[in-house]
Design a protein around this ligand. Structure first.
Ligand code: NAD
Length: 256
């Protein structure tokens, strides 16, 4: 049980909620009273997260949903189904859906580049746009949209030209959205994780992970819950004067 209850009566949407960071964010927000829509391209994974969500007596009502964030039609369908069920759009949205398709630049296929951009960058755009449109249309007093970038978007990484470009892109998207949407009370921020233990990093070769860990001043990989804590801060009114920001959660990796 979290020490605070910052999200009582708040409806939240978490994309990529079926795994890793998105699952931890869903659990964290639910533990503070939010109703959580767990959305993922894998409906089974979303349902698995749903089973782990804390439900108490504060009127929480969670749901799992299938969405492909790279498809405008699928994102629209999701937002419509949320509004049909809850009679309101989500006032907190965490864009945690993401993929990697690594290869060295000299070998990378066009399809690998396109798919990573479609999911990570275009997907964040489509979800941010659909949620913001719904919030503005209903005159909601406030909103907080959080997008998972990556420290790799700032510093680059071997084998990740597509991923680094997508993550640099979401920072530009977020800063622009922050400028355009502030007059509607909607804040937009990024969280930039370093190396976090999730199924995504299980694909990284062990010898690369050992090297990376040796570069982290705090001396270890991060846990999804440690990223979720920062997302919860940005989602909450504790960050009411923060917008257009990128917060690094890296254990100090690549300081400066
Ligand atoms: P993960 O692979 O554990 O989870 C990603 C989730 O996104 C999965 O459940 C997957 O099914 C879902 N997804 C993939 N494509 C989708 C689509 N088209 N539509 C909807 N859902 C889709 O990864 P994670 O480590 O939890 O990563 C979460 C976010 O954090 C990603 O954006 C990732 O780029 C970012 N990130 C992770 C790390 C890390 O070290 N793990 C570091 C920096 C940034």
């Amino acid at each position: 049980m979290a020490a605070t209850s910052r999200f009582i009566s708040r409806l939240t949407l978490v994309t990529g909620g079926g795994s890793g960071i998105g699952r931890a964010v869903s659990q964290r927000l639910a533990s503070e009273g939010a109703s959580v829509v767990v959305a993922d391209i894998s409906e089974d994974s979303a349902n698995e997260t749903l089973e782990h969500l804390q439900n108490d007596l504060r009127g929480q009502n969670h749901m799992a949903a299938a969405v492909d964030v790279s498809s405008k039609e699928s994102v629209k369908k999701l937002v419509t189904s949320i509004q049909t069920r809850y009679f309101q759009p989500p006032s907190v949205c965490v864009n945690a859906a993401g993929i990697t398709q690594d290869d060295f630049l000299l070998n990378m296929e066009e399809e690998q580049f396109d798919r990573v951009i479609q999911v990570n960058l275009k997907g964040s755009f489509l979800v941010t746009q659909a949620v913001a449109q719904a919030l503005v249309a209903c005159g909601a007093p406030k909103g907080s949209i959080i997008t998972l970038g990556s420290i790799v978007g700032k510093v680059g990484n071997l084998g990740q030209a597509n991923y680094a470009a997508s993550k640099a892109g979401v920072e530009g998207l977020t800063r622009t959205a922050a400028k355009e949407l502030s007059r509607f009370g909607i804040r937009c921020n990024c969280v930039l994780p370093g190396f976090i233990s999730t199924p995504m990093t299980e694909k990284v070769p062990e010898k690369v992970l050992v090297k990376m860990k040796s570069l982290v001043p705090l001396g270890r990989m991060g846990e999804p819950a440690e990223v979720a804590d920062v997302c919860a801060f940005l989602a909450s009114d504790d960050s009411r004067y923060v917008t257009g920001a990128s917060i690094e959660v890296t254990g100090g990796l690549f300081i400066g």
